[in-house]
Design a protein around this ligand. Sequence first.
Ligand code: ADP
Ligand code: ZN
Length: 734
Amino acid sequence: MTARPRHASVAIPIPVRRQFTYLVPEPIAARLSVGARVRVPFGARRVEGTVIEWPAAVPAEEIELKSIHALVDELPPLQPAVLELTRFVADYYLCSWGEALEAATPGFAGKDPLVRRIHLLPGGTTAKVSQRAAAQRELLQALSDAGEPLPLARLTPRERRAAVVLVERGLAAIEETREAPQPPQSRNVAQAERPLDPMPEQAAALERILPAIESGEYAPMVLHGVTGSGKTEVYLRAARHALDRGRSVLYLVPEIGLTPLLLSRVSRRFPGQVAVLHSALPRARRWREWQSVHEGRCRLVIGTRSAVFAPLSDIGLIVVDEEHDGSYKQDETPRYNGRDVAIVRARAEKSVVLLGSATPSMESFHNAQSGRFALLQLGSRVEDRPLARVGLVDMRQEYGELQQASALSRVLLEELEDCLERKEQALILRNRRGWAAALLCPRCGNRVNCTSCSIALTWHLAERRLRCHTCDAEHPYPECCPTCANEELKPVGEGTEKIEDLIRDAIPGARVERMDRDTIRRRGAHEKLLGRFGRGEIDVLVGTQMIAKGHDFPRVTLVGVVSADQSLGLPDFRAGERTFQLLTQVAGRAGRGERPGRVVVQAFDVDHPILRLAAVQDYEAFFQRELDYRRALRYPPLAALVQLRISDPDELQSRAWAGLVADAVRDAGDGKLLISGPGPAPVERMRGRYRQQILVRSDGRRRVVDAVDRALNAIGNKVPSRALQVDVDPLSLL
Ligand code: ADP
Ligand code: ZN
């Protein structure tokens, strides 16, 4: 840029898909660049935005343009590559560029306290003020000595009055900045970890990965390795290779808190080189980590979804660990999938992207099968340890023989006792927290529902509260059925809280603990629980799906699953895939050490093909079967899918708007799209809003996204943005 810009296009984090032009005030023109964060007037508010370009043509109504208020922080501007990635997110996920940019700098925008600082302007020398203005002269001198802006808060009242005069006279200016970034923490260099000698299959995978890193070309690869096959060691060796060649590494994981051991392992393998980017870190720490990446001090970033926007340069390898995991998808705007954005980034950076899982997503494995991605397989566990044996228990038969319902089968209890006698450990999965999934009225057959959602309330015994798992509303135990006033209500569907209790009763003396969202509310609580389990201070850990995540506890030899088939009944085309993944993953926690593992899966519908395939842990058979089903019903990965959801507190209004949206999509689609709906969403009411849903499908991703894009433009503000939600490649249709 030679001439100083007079105008800037700014992206603002609001759900309006356009950019805004502002005048650039002279004092900041020299320091402004594309990617910089600025504070701008917007309506009656001041908001933070990002400069995205210098407009070629300035709108005719220039007279009405407002000026940028301030350059807000001292962070160097966002890198062009990251800026470009956010533009992709905005285009593809149909949100505003400003919203996409918010996702790229999580937790900083508009939240850190602002500090006002004063700095010298060109010409701000003592020569310009009279001898008698001592305070002004002293301040000018102080500023020139400091060589950097000084926070107003650190000035004396006398200096502050002088500052006002200097600003008025154009010798100094005040800028708003973020709190001064602290120097990086000295990084804990713990005992360095040595690499393991690769097993033959690991070596074979590396023989394909390392040359690909070397080639400097985009290379997407699926690493399909059964549970316990040693995928982590492959990632770490590949990372070493990229770092040795001077390139940086991005290592994405679904949820850091759930795999604390992995984090310490990576830090030990690459002491001093690892930065962690994760939204649950305290803000000051997050800020430091981000800076250490931006300044190039840390060349390996490990982090969750939003770390895909990490300010790394020259990435040689992107690892997406447990790439099938639903936490890669953000469930609020922008609704991006971190795995898919990682693939886009890898293409731009010409790097290897390694999508690892024991149960790859249908999308990734389909890409591998069709040859778009390379397929690397680890078919056996390290040291040829066997996968755990899985037994299905038919709970109908159990009831028939016992003549009473029980949540835990005799087989499972016997296995548990044996396991504890051998001084080994067990994990029990029940993917539902609370004591009872619902309260049922035996007289009218209704369940006690949330007052703002069409969802049954869950009974939490310890808190003595009914809780809505959708909106988190709490209610006391009702005196009677809200529908028919019957006084007797029956708790149905045992949750983790009850299962924990049942095991304590059945096996006195067993050390039983529970891990679910209720027991890990406090920061660090899950690390603590997992730490205690790892040290053998807990015998049985009962929990929701979070106990199934990549944990590696060698003393776990028994895994039990309660109500394994429940999730199969959900009205969502991914219900089968999700159930298969969960069962395979949790089964994979058993028998990872020297002793073989055993898995007991309780279900009513034990003949369900998904359960059968999960029991034999046959991923490829599952994939083929599932693909046929997706083909027949035209669902991803064999079709592209966009979900539109229209909601309003008023049911008729939601339907009227849904009709309008559907018409716009139909017009934009030229008859080339498959449009289902509008109709009520599976959960018809949520947080007091009635929900309508439209599914738009087509063969090509670009076609469906472009059509919806045109439809949204045509709709304009006829439907308020808060009433319309767009989800490209949705993971859940509920
Ligand atoms: P996965 O992620 O594929 O389920 P992990 O990466 O957790 O498997 O590895 C399973 C276990 O095998 C870990 O305890 C790991 O330390 C061990 N392991 C991995 N590779 C090797 C190797 N080459 N030699 C010895 N042990 C290994
Ligand atoms: Zn609710």
